[in-house]
Design a protein around this ligand. Structure first.
Ligand code: SF4
Ligand code: SF4
Length: 348
């Protein structure tokens, strides 16, 4: 029986693989790392006294379905380096720790290789990251993941090397910016950072917290992110991007234009947490070449021909930014579309 190749073992690839396998298809899942998980591998729960609906809880079920389904063969530490298409079948050229191999009898390809975080790209300002007071949201995420049961009541000194009394969250890094070659909204970072701010508020009630937004994007299903919500949690709201950062010995100073008065103003903080936009992966150009796809102006992938014709399906953030719930929903839709096409072909 021919197999469907799913490239990428993150949430999009695993959702597609689980759905397709549940429908009786044989799957080859190609993962470049040594475990499943992709970009969300190190995410932790961001509940405060309430679940903030980050949807991470949905993810383990999907990964377990993939691990436990005999119809899914997962090949780790493996990448696809080329592809030959003849008649109705693909032959994939894969590369693993032992070298290159040909994998034939592949009926369809699902490309679900995800995105790159802005922090993983060259930001042009490496010097600011030598300052331990400036961290990416994902660094914070790592702390949360390691200390899920212990954060309450403890200082952050152990992780950061100092105990901040204030923190500023700066949004839209690597997004909505011509300079950063990403004019789009990454859709996830408002909610992501807001959840981290809520965890801080819950565990460190005395801490001064502030967020700089250009504007607020939905924070995910069922989570209200509004000025009122921020006010209730005593998180100060600044409706702009700071114009300048000054690094003093005792604190960081953000210079910004006050939207009400139109005058320059400043805010000092001990800790600056930077949001991370979603960017196309460095491999997107290669995928476009191998699977006859095109790239949008921003570098994301889109098909030239419909997947019904090309038999190449795209799933998850290879096509555009999206949160966990959206990625799962879109991957399922893609899997159903593939199955329907298969069935329609079989009936001809
Ligand atoms: S915050 Fe996220 S991981 Fe935590 S309980 Fe809610 S959905 Fe689950
Ligand atoms: S989700 Fe929010 S922080 Fe992220 S790019 Fe959009 S507006 Fe900016």
């Amino acid at each position: 029986m021919s197999r469907i190749a799913v490239i990428g073992g993150g949430i999009a690839g695993c959702t597609a693989a689980a759905e397709l396998a549940a429908a009786g298809q044989q799957i080859l899942l190609v993962e470049k790392e040594d475990s499943l998980g992709g970009n969300i591998k190190n995410y932790g729960c961001k509940a405060d006294s309430l679940c903030t609906r980050c949807n991470l809880c949905l993810v383990d079920t999907v990964f377990n379905e993939v691990r436990e389904n005999q119809a899914v063969e997962v090949t780790y530490n493996t990448t696809v380096v080329d592809c030959l298409q003849e008649k109705d079948k693909f032959t994939l050229i894969t590369s693993d720790l032992e070298g290159e191999k040909e994998v034939d009898d592949i009926s369809e390809v699902v490309l679900a290789t995800g995105h790159t975080r802005w922090s993983e790209l060259e930001t042009g300002t490496p010097e600011i990251f030598q300052d331990r007071r400036i961290i990416w949201a994902s660094d914070f995420e790592d702390m949360l993941e390691q200390r899920q049961d212990q954060l309450s009541g403890q200082s952050l000194e152990f992780d950061l090397g100092f105990a901040p009394e204030s923190a500023v969250f700066l949004q839209c890094n690597g997004s909505r910016s011509l300079q950063e070659k990403a004019q789009y909204c990454s859709r996830v970072c408002c909610g992501y950072n807001y959840r981290i701010a809520r965890v801080l508020r819950e565990n460190f009630p005395e801490m001064e917290l502030s967020m700089f937004f250009i504007d607020m994007q939905e924070a995910g299903f069922l989570v209200n992110l509004s000025r009122r919500d921020l006010q209730e949690r005593e998180i100060a709201y600044y409706n702009c991007k700071p114009l300048r950062l000054e690094r003093g010995e005792d604190s960081l100073t953000m210079h910004y234009e006050d939207q009400k008065s139109g005058k320059m103003a400043t805010i000092e903080t001990d800790l600056l947490v930077l949001s991370e936009g979603i960017h196309p992966g460095p491999e997107h150009e290669r995928w476009a070449r191998i699977f006859n796809l095109q790239q949008t102006e921003d570098g994301f992938l889109r098909p030239i021909w419909s997947p019904e014709e090309s038999k190449v399906y795209l799933a998850g953030t290879v096509t555009s930014p999206g949160d966990i719930a959206t990625t799962i929903a879109k991957s399922k839709t893609m899997a159903y579309r593939l199955l329907e096409t298969r069935q329609a072909r079989a009936e001809v």
